[in-house]
Ligand binder design. Sequence first.
Ligand SMILES: [Zn+2]
Length: 109
Amino acid sequence: MRKSKCHLKKNDKVKVMTGKDAGKIGKVIRVDRKKQRLLVEHINVVKKHTRPSAQTGQGGILESEAPIHWSNVMLMCSKCVTPARIRMKRLEDGKKIRTCSRCGEIQDA
Ligand SMILES: [Zn+2]
């Protein structure tokens, strides 16, 4: 099995590369490392039909985000404002940081 690594984190700005939301940009809400899936704000929104409930007395359509595979998105570089490949860089103190492979901008605030 191909080993897949994800350097994306919560609150990252990502661009969707494939699927019905291709080209859209959203913020990562949740990262599921086991399933390799991300929940991205306003991306892959699915409509759920709900039955009328006793509490509210009404049913309807509920919209919520569905997780998408992290290989379908790319991190948006804050500097060159393009989808960037992430390069891991180790600092002198052993700390790992994420940098844009294009402009070298550090992606961790
Ligand atoms: Zn960049």
